[in-house]
Design a protein around this ligand. Structure first.
Ligand SMILES: [Zn+2]
Length: 331
């Protein structure tokens, strides 16, 4: 059968070939670095079966989507590790976030960051075992039965809320199965660098009327040195924290009399004036002229601008000579 690559090239494959076969047919290196594929624009597993005429793109960790698949797989490894150590805990959701992932759990007995070492060690075991990650689909009734059997009440709720025509898919790695849309890495061994970073409370479905769950955050990177660079960057950012620098360089003071409002000190004013001069020079060079408008203006102006109808609750209002006025919301 014939499939097409992003550049329009044709690739001839055996009938029933998978995305991984397409990667291997392109190059050995690509087969090694492939983590997922895009078929006709839809992100899917490398095990996805191709059809005649499909448009295929191989996704690696150099792609943003590839890293997301990688990080989300880390969330599944975290869930498996936590379930192994705390078999009575219930699973909620585990999405990807910037630089990493999180997973929400419902623990019988609360855990703390002290438990991270144990959980990370279990995750390393799962990664070392290099277990294949397999996708399967179930009809709604059987999907609910499976999750009920595992006593995963949050998953049952998620399945029940899926639209009528939704494809209900699961991902299985060894003895662990999770309800998931996917895609995922082909096996757990592809994960090279991760670290659990923090723990927080989070309401089920973000609703304060629901139960408070435990959210475990982690980061994951394609390589160990990339993860180290990330932690180094965080350390450097801490050194440059504006509150710390403002104090050390005597730029501004934060006082109880104006919470969140800086009181500029002489050094701060020198810096502020230099920056303002630079800003002014740039504008003048580009042909702009300056004006200045009042800080407090009447209600009719804010009605014209739309602020009054849309943002009134976030504006500071006052009455001047009996007339409604408001402080400029952005200056
Ligand atoms: Zn998943």
């Amino acid at each position: 059968m014939k499939v097409y690559l992003r550049n329009g090239d044709q690739l001839v494959l055996d009938g029933g070939a998978k995305c991984s076969d397409a990667a291997a047919a392109i190059s050995e290196g690509l087969a090694r670095s492939a983590v997922a594929a895009k078929v006709n624009g839809v992100l899917c597993d490398l095990s996805h079966k191709l059809a005649e005429g499909d448009k295929v793109e191989i996704v690696t960790l150099k792609d943003k989507e590839g890293l997301e698949v990688y990080r989300h797989t880390c969330a599944h490894v975290l869930a498996q590790a936590v379930k192994t150590i705390f078999p009575t805990c219930k699973l909620a959701i585990g999405p990807v976030i910037e630089n990493g992932f999180y997973y929400d759990f419902d623990f019988n007995t609360p855990i703390t960051q002290e438990d991270f070492e144990k959980i990370e060690a279990e995750m390393q075991k799962i990664i070392k075992a290099n277990t294949p990650i397999e996708r399967f689909e179930l009809p709604r009734k059987e999907a609910v039965e499976l999750m009920s059997k595992f006593k995963e009440k949050y998953k049952v709720e998620l399945i029940n809320d899926l639209p009528e025509d939704a494809v209900i898919s699961f991902y299985k790695q060894g003895s662990f199965t999770d309800l998931c849309r996917g895609p995922h890495l082909p096996s757990t061994g592809k994960i090279k660098a991760f670290k659990l970073t923090s723990i927080a409370g989070a309401y089920w479905r973000g609703n304060e009327k629901n139960k408070m769950l435990t959210r475990i955050y982690g980061v994951a990177f394609a390589k160990k040195d990339e993860m180290q660079a990330y932690f180094d960057m965080l350390e450097e950012a801490k050194k440059r924290d504006h509150i710390k620098l403002g104090k050390e360089l005597k730029l501004f003071a934060l006082l109880n009399e104006g919470k969140g409002f800086p009181f500029f000190l002489p050094n701060g004013m020198v810096l502020k004036n230099i920056l303002t001069q630079y800003w002014r020079d740039l504008h003048r060079k580009e042909g702009y002229v300056e004006i200045q408008t009042p800080i407090i203006l009447t209600r009719s102006l804010w009605e014209t601008s739309g602020h009054w109808d849309h943002y009134k609750e976030n504006m500071y209002t006052t009455k001047i000579d009996g007339e409604d006025c408001a402080i400029k919301p952005m200056n």
